[in-house]
Design a protein around this ligand. Structure first.
Ligand code: NAD
Length: 367
């Protein structure tokens, strides 16, 4: 089949890491008989330099025409780049926010997976790591506290700030369905995280999630309070499959979960709407400090492309092949510099490689 992929290479290391993900996709195409065509979309600093704004209407239209969008990263050094002297609505990040909004990307997916080969990088004790962990955080991205009305004003002579946390049942239902759909492709367990002992929005969340669960009889649902979840993530991370939660809880828990893997540079992410469309990108930024040096780790972007195969194109076998290729290359002890702790650098069996070589090695293992 033919798939049309919108590509936002972006700034900094973006073009370098996206190049490797395309290399891997092309190999998937060759081995499994698909073809991927790429349409480069300007966004971020490169768009500011070219046309004066971080995202044009034409770029949004291009993204909408694609079957899915693969992105590197956008932005520059926030202290020194002239992009950050511009008003906030003209800076690189404004382009990404506008794109997410225009494409209605309400569901954010972030896996936290511990590779056995990178166990030494995990900050948790060996007995807690056990057989490792593999979870997916499904975070609501366009509602809740970050999007509610807010104001700061003087009330009876006292400065007072108000933020509002609003969710309606439709917003909860659509993200819950997404969470259960993802669980069906995994180990069929959903942990819905809320603060239902205190918040009305959480009580509605729980009620709607339970209604949605009735349509997914094979999936086990459990509820967990957010404070307990924060503890469980470092006490017994192996218990989680899909964590389904609202915007702010997801913001905090997804960072906690990615840190316990010890290698944030390995982590992919996806933002989805209510069709098969998604925007896929690594969790890290544009790393201006290493841009152009050929040492950036392309694995998070390659794994983001694997997510695109799985969730936008329903190509599970192909996604498995990419993930397995990454595992094999790590098993054979190839490392980019960011995942090469000092004690490993001294071992002769470990080989340090650059961005392009890592891409070649992974592409070569697709079969
Ligand atoms: P960053 O993630 O770019 O870099 C943090 C550190 O991690 C740096 O030392 C960098 O070299 C390293 N790093 C990141 N990705 C790496 C990779 N693939 N391989 C090897 N090392 C890697 O975060 P930052 O420095 O805070 O932000 C830099 C710019 O990126 C800023 O303009 C920020 O706004 C932007 N940013 C963009 C996105 C996005 O495009 N979605 C996300 C986060 C940050």
């Amino acid at each position: 089949m033919d798939y049309k992929v919108g590509v936002i290479s972006g700034d900094g290391i973006g073009p370098e890491i996206v190049r490797e993900a395309k290399k891997v996709l092309d190999k998937v195409g060759e081995v499994f008989g698909h073809s991927f065509s790429y349409d480069e979309i300007l966004m971020g600093g490169v768009s500011i330099d070219a046309v004066g704004v971080p995202l044009t209407d034409e770029a949004i239209a291009q993204a909408k025409e694609a079957d899915a969008v693969l992105m590197g990263s956008i932005g520059g050094n926030t202290s020194t780049s002239p992009w950050y002297k511009l008003p906030a609505n003209l800076r690189p990040e404004a382009g990404l926010l506008k794109l997410r909004k225009s494409l209605n990307l309400f569901a954010n997916l972030r896996p936290a997976y511990l590779y056995g080969e990178l166990r030494a990088a995990c900050p948790l004790r060996d007995d807690i790591i056990g057989d490792g962990f593999d979870m997916m955080i499904m975070r609501e991205l366009t509602g809740g506290l970050y999007f509610g009305d807010r104001r700061t004003e003087e009330q009876d002579g006292v400065m007072t700030a108000v933020d509002t946390l609003t969710y309606n049942e439709n917003e909860i239902r659509r993200i819950a369905k997404r969470g259960f759909d993802i669980a069906m492709k995994r180990r069929k367990k959903v942990t819905s995280v809320d603060k239902a002992n205190v918040l009305d929005s959480s009580r509605l969340w729980r009620k709607v999630v339970e209604e949605v669960a009735k349509d997914y009889k094979e999936v086990t649902l459990e509820h967990m309070l957010v404070d307990n979840c924060a503890m469980q993530l470092v006490k017994d991370p192996g218990q989680f499959d899909v964590i389904l939660t609202e915007n702010m809880f997801g913001d905090i828990l997804s960072d906690e979960a990615s840190m316990v893997t010890g290698s944030i540079g390995m982590l992919s992410s996806a933002s989805l709407n209510d069709t098969k469309f998604g925007l896929y990108e690594p969790s890290g930024g544009s790393a201006p400090d290493i841009a152009g040096k050929g040492i950036a780790n392309p694995i998070a972007t390659i794994l983001s492309a694997a997510m695109m195969l799985r969730y936008s194109f329903d190509l599970d076998r192909e996604a498995d092949a990419v993930e397995e290729a990454v595992r094999q290359v790590l098993k054979e002890q190839y490392r980019t510099v960011d995942i090469m702790p000092q004690e490993e650098a001294e071992k002769e069996s470990v080989t340090q490689v650059g961005t392009a070589q890592m891409g070649d090695l992974i592409a070569d293992k697709i079969r």
